[in-house]
Design a protein around this ligand. Structure first.
Ligand SMILES: *Cc1c(COP(=O)(O)O)cnc(C)c1O
Length: 382
């Protein structure tokens, strides 16, 4: 059977071949398999050198100091570490976040809310953006943390992170940003964005699953309490033997992403235009997201009169998602689409097409003609 066309890069990306090749060198007896924490022999030193090389590669993509990078198991853990770690020991702090954050931010904040934290849940505008004014209005004397994502995983909308960050910096309030969907897609500069904590994932950037990082600002110094204890690795912030092969893979993936960033952005912009132009004649298509502040690789569309479930059944030759991957096990409409003001019906009619490094123009042409055909057919049998 021919494989369906993969249009779900926002859910995960394949590991780049160059990344996989690099990772293999850090597994077997012939390779560098030592424990990076073993200080007493060369096996450990070699592994440590590899980990530190990767730390620099990840830091470089976001213009950080390598000493500001803490390895984790993924962006979910990074978000948990950032949010729980900075609020530890504070009595009744206030948190500001939005209703369209990833579950990996919503759930730890809900967890803290159930334990006495006050939370302000901001609602974005119809394109998925939160303004610095909205954040400024929400701030109180007790506000300890603001957490807002950089690029939304369902919409592709890019936030006003720098403006929000500058405002928060002047008020000395910590700013955490989930950048899992931004890294490798748009330039990310932790200084320009004035962020204190920033979450990254390996597998959204053609690296392996199960590895991520948290950027923790050193100046002014941000204190993060460990959530996993056991040996004091990663400057006491996250214990556990470092998975050298995963880390090397993430480093290589981030270095590659840095090299191809501009070219890929332009190429995906072309594919996006090609896709939307091909759907031009189709009526009742609603674009969800921002036309101006967006990454090119994520396109979210609602098709009037057809629900996403039937549409996906008809589009079996495409691998894509309705709402977000995490929500697709349930029949609940996407809370992100509800959050930007779509009614239940419109949210149920939405599909996310996400493209990436291995998407070709031929695949996009195939996808757009399939969408046209299936939408037209489903509408005619209604
Ligand atoms: C994928 C994703 C995550 C979770 O990352 P993992 O590395 O899979 O834990 C968090 N936030 C956003 C915005 C994501 O897209």
């Amino acid at each position: 059977m021919k494989k369906p066309v993969y249009l779900d890069y926002a859910a995960t990306t394949p590991v780049d071949n160059a990344v996989a090749e690099e990772m293999m060198k850090y597994l077997t007896f012939d390779g560098v398999f030592g424990n990076p924490a073993s200080r007493s022999h060369g096996y450990g030193w070699q592994a440590e050198a590899a980990v530190e090389g990767a730390r620099r590669q990840v830091a470089d993509l976001i213009h950080a100091d390598p000493r500001e990078i803490v390895w984790t198991s993924g962006a979910t853990e990074s978000n948990n570490l950032a949010i729980k770690g900075v609020l530890e020991g504070r009595t009744a702090p206030h948190i500001v976040t939005s209703v369209i954050e990833h579950k990996a931010v919503l759930d730890p904040i809900r967890h803290l809310e159930a334990r006495g934290c006050e939370v302000t849940w901001l609602t974005p505008d119809s394109t998925g953006r939160i303004s610095a004014d909205q954040v400024a209005e929400a701030i109180r004397d007790t506000t300890a943390l603001v957490s807002l994502m950089l690029v939304n995983n369902e919409l592709g909308t890019i936030s006003d992170t720098a403006e929000i960050g500058n405002m928060l910096r002047s008020r000395k309030i910590l700013f955490h940003v989930d950048a899992a969907q931004a890294a490798g897609k748009i330039p990310v500069d932790v200084t320009a964005l004035s962020v204190d904590l920033l979450s990254l994932s390996g597998h959204k950037v053609y690296g392996p699953k199960g590895v991520g990082a948290l950027y923790v600002r050193r100046s002014p110094d941000v204190h993060v309490g460990a959530q996993i204890h056991g040996g004091g690795h990663e400057r006491e912030m996250r214990s556990g033997t470092l998975p050298t092969h995963q880390i090397v893979g993430m480093g290589k993936a981030f270095a590659l992403a840095n090299d191809v960033l501009d070219d890929e952005h332009e190429r995906l912009e072309g594919l996006r235009t090609r896709f939307l132009t091909a759907l031009d004649g189709l009526e009742g298509v609603r674009f969800n997201g921002s036309e101006t502040h967006r990454v090119p690789g994520i396109v979210n569309l609602s098709f009037a009169g057809v629900d996403a479930e039937s549409l996906m059944l008809g589009l079996r030759e495409l691998a894509l998602s309705s709402g977000s991957a995490c929500a697709s096990a349930t029949l609940e409409p996407s809370y992100v689409l509800r959050g930007i003001g779509l009614d239940d019906k419109q949210a149920h009619q939405a599909l996310r097409f996400s493209m990436g490094r291995f998407t070709t123009a031929e695949e996009i042409d195939f996808a757009s003609s399939q969408v046209r055909d299936v939408v037209t057919r489903l509408r005619s049998v209604r």
